[in-house]
Each structure stands twice: as structure tokens, then as C-alpha cells.
Design a protein around this ligand. Sequence first.
Ligand code: EPU
Length: 344
Amino acid sequence: MKIQSQVQLKPFNTLSLDVIASHYVQIQSVDDLVEALNFDQSEHLNVLILSGGSNMLLPKQMNALVMHMDIQGIEYLAEDETSKTLKVGAGQVWHDFVLWTTAQKLYGLQNLALIPGLVGASPVQNIGAYGVEAGEFIQSVEVYDRQLGQFSSIQAQDCEFSYRHSIFKDDPNRYVITHVVFKLLKKADLKINYGDLKTAMGDEITAENLQKQVIHIRQSKLPDPKDFPNVGSFFKNPVITQQDFAELVIRFPNIPHYPQSNDRVKIAAGWLIDQSGWKGKRLEQVGMFDKQALVLVNYANASLDDVQATYRAVQHDVFNKFHILLEPEPVLFNESGLIQSHLG
Ligand code: EPU
């Protein structure tokens, strides 16, 4: 383990922001982590855990210890008649892991193919797509608890998984995720009711084809960060009350919406942004993608300030038209490597 100074993080964040980290270390094992955390204590630096960098907004200069999680490995822990349990290193690439499970005839994660990032980030915001969330297949999460100063295993029911949320998102400085334990099915229970997935699958109702179609749909509307740097959906889909929805739908009868539990309704943020004139529109070098208005793209060497100027303009226009304040999905960090509210 070697701590490096003044390291450029541009290749490690999918929005491709120019970011210099005062201290940077690659963590390839639990031992590396313990050693790096000891360094942190003597220097009084904040620790920032960097995973795939696909859900974060970083400033130009950060005086913090950036720990880049690179713990590899997949280990079988248990097997019963219907499932197999696997422990997976936080540094495994998520999409490669999903492809591997399908090749092993292990089912559940196929709807989540092609989501950028690493396995260790999957529980943090409970990644989800096409009617499935990672939390449904997570049995436990192995962490180093910085508050208690010990390693522990947090069971899924204590992770408080919900839409793009978990305890890890609430308290990001407390836990360092080292491994995620998944319980996957030996026989597929396909979830194909989201959007046009069923039609796309045709007569071939198999997990393999489901994965193939999800990849195809994502590739057709979501930009590859290598070509167009982005962090996936930039805003969460807002969830509003039935009463607010009833007023909205009178003015906008075509609004795509999904009824939730507790008398709430989820609205498609992409549609709100599109209707506000932002699909394919740019402010300087940052804009909303032309095939999916929910994705913000850095078209050329943007800084965090440029990104903020664009997303605030989008929030402003959407609010003016719909009276809904969109909440950004990625986590915003300050110069000390601490999480900051998007409200400033
Ligand atoms: N829409 C528009 N214009 C647009 C984009 C979308 O009118 O530019 C409309 C669509 O026609 C559709 C509705 O909005 O009626 C919803 O769009 P879509 O099905 O493409 O999905 P989404 O709700 O925009 C969510 C997730 C994605 C996930 C897809 C598929 C969030 C914030 N986003 O997007 O997640 O892949 O569903 O499940 O929940 C991510 O989190 O990074 C991400 C890509």
C-alpha cells in the first residue's frame, strides 16, 4: 500500500471532472484498508471512499485521503436447493459481475446489467433498473465501521434499502464497504413488466435474453461515459402526494407516473426535464443528453461550477413549469472531502 500525493482523479470519475486529490491510495485488501486508516488518523485528513466514481460530484482540489477501493474476488459461501450465496469484493466491476452470474446460471441481477460502477457501490444507493433493485438480492454487506473502529457484517434488513437509498448513503463517512454478500437464485424468476421490456424480449423468455435486451435498451438511450462523460440519471424521479398529483394531472394529462405505496406517486424526472425544453440543450459545455433528458453530460472539460450552473438552470425551469424541485442523484463533495448538501 502506497499513499500518493497530488493525484489527478479525472480517469476515476465518470463525469470526467478535473480533480486533484492531495492524498490517494489504492485499497486492494482488508489489510491495506487498516493501514490506510491508521495513516488518516495521524494526518487528521477526511477520508473519501472512491468506488467507480459514477455517482459523485467533486471539486477541483481536495485535501482529503481518497481511498480507491480495488478489493477483488468472488467466493461461494453457501448453497441450498434454490439459491447460492456469494461474497464479492467491493472492487469488482458491477457489469462484469452481472455477466458472470448469468454465465454461472445464477439469477436475479440480469435487469441491472450495464449499470456503471463497482460492486461496493451497489448497496449504497441501492442501484435499480427495469423493476429490480440490488437490495432484493443482497444478504449482507461487510464493512469497516469507522465509528466503532471494527469490521462488521450488516444484514440486509438493517441496511434500510429503499428507492436509491440505504443507511450507507445517509452516513457515508461511517462505513467502508469491503465486500457484498449476494443470494442469487438457481431458477430465474423474470421481472419483465417494466416499460417495453416484454415486447423487446419477443418469444424468448429467458434470463439470458432479458439481460441482452436490457443491455440493448440501455445502449440505445444512455450515453457511454467513455464517449459522453456522465453519472447516469442526474436527478431522482420525484415522489409527490396524491393530492399534488391530482392537481398536476389536470394541467398535464400525459405525465408519466407510477403509483407508490403510502398514497404517493412517482413522476418521471426525464419527462419533466424534456417538457421544460432541456432535452439536448446545453449551457456552455454541460447539457442534458439528447436521447434521455435525465442524463447530464460533460461535453468538454467542465468543472464542478459549470455542472452546477447547468443543473441549477434545469431545476429552475422545471420548478417554474411544474412546481417540483428536482433532487440531484449524485453525491456532492467539498474541498475537504466531506459531503455537502445540494442546497448549498
Ligand atoms: N422520458 C421523456 N423524455 C426523456 C426521458 C424520459 O419523456 O428525455 C419519459 C419516458 O418516455 C418514460 C419516462 O419518462 O415515459 C421514464 O423514462 P425511462 O423509462 O427511460 O426511465 P427513467 O424513469 O427516466 C429510471 C432510472 C434509471 C433506470 C431506468 C430503467 C431513476 C432516477 N432512473 O429512469 O436509472 O435505468 O429507470 O429502470 O430512477 C440511474 O439511476 O443512473 C439510471 C439510469
